[in-house]
Design a binder for this molecule. Structure first.
Ligand SMILES: CC(=O)[C@@H](O)[C@H](O)COP(=O)(O)O
Length: 257
């Protein structure tokens, strides 16, 4: 039986979503993404030439199995985000949008109030909204209530590579969410991605760790395998953590009964 992930009208075989920033060339970006087998790839609207039919980034992402997910990175308010999403829909012919509203350039932390406001408006306008947010279980429920198709809580600040520093809150989100939970940002190593999947994430989104590694193609493969391993482990149910030792074989003494 194939283990797939459904978000809105699309079904994904891969639970690794990827980003397109920070690669040293578009060709390398394409090779790494293809090697990772990612099927949902986010691209910052501000980085593409919406008036050109042969934008370098977009040209390299023209593959049958790759779905484009424009993101609103760079906007500071709900109003700007809505405008950016409308532009993306027009130019890229998709109503999918990764909603990112982070006005503070130092930590790039998402603004929860503007994100909720924008989600409400965009859902009403027929968008499939994938909001990037802090790992806030209450906000996740509010976003779900207004029609977000998934939630994308951060593991750590974007580009920090710190891993799942929000893990306790991610666990609550995964326990409560009725929409897919995609752990996004700060995932700095395949082991972080595997851990997120072991916890029960539906998918992860990784950009920096693949793009800036010495060998992005190999790292793309490493992330693919880590996500698969973490997912399998989650499905197989991990053994409980015990306070005390538990012998693996009977504790009878050797030779004398
Ligand atoms: C590309 C993108 O959407 C990023 O904003 C995303 O959050 C990934 O973060 P990392 O670069 O830390 O993987």
């Amino acid at each position: 039986m194939t283990d797939t992930l459904k978000i809105a009208d699309k079904t994904f075989r891969s639970r690794l979503f990827t980003g397109t920033g920070k690669f040293s060339s578009s060709k390398l970006m394409q090779e790494a993404i293809v090697a990772s087998e990612s099927e949902l790839v986010t691209v910052a609207l501000k980085r593409v030439d919406l008036h050109s039919t042969c934008d370098d980034i977009l040209m390299h992402l023209k593959q049958d199995h790759i779905n484009l997910l424009p993101n609103t990175s760079g906007v500071r308010t709900a109003k700007e985000a809505v405008f950016a999403a409308q532009l993306a829909r027009e130019a890229l012919q998709t109503n999918w949008i990764k909603l990112e509203i982070h006005p503070d350039p130092k930590y790039l932390l998402p603004d929860p109030i503007e994100t909720l406001k924008a989600t409400e408006i965009l859902v009403k306008e027929g968008f499939i909204v994938m909001p990037y947010i802090n790992a806030d279980p209450v906000l996740c429920k509010r976003l779900e209530d207004v029609g977000a198709q998934c939630v994308m809580p951060l593991g750590a600040p974007i580009g920090s590579n710190k891993g799942l520093i929000t893990k306790d809150f991610l666990k609550i989100i995964m326990e409560q969410s009725k929409v897919p939970v995609i752990v996004d940002a700060g995932i700095g190593a395949p082991s972080h991605a595997a851990y997120a999947m072991e916890l029960g994430a539906d998918a992860v989104l990784v950009n920096t760790a693949i793009a800036v590694s010495k060998n992005p193609v190999q790292m793309g493969i490493a992330f693919k395998m880590a996500v698969q391993a973490g997912r399998l482990a989650y499905q197989a149910k991990l053994a409980e953590v015990n306070q005390y030792a538990e012998a693996s074989s009977p504790l009878t003494s050797f030779l004398n009964e």
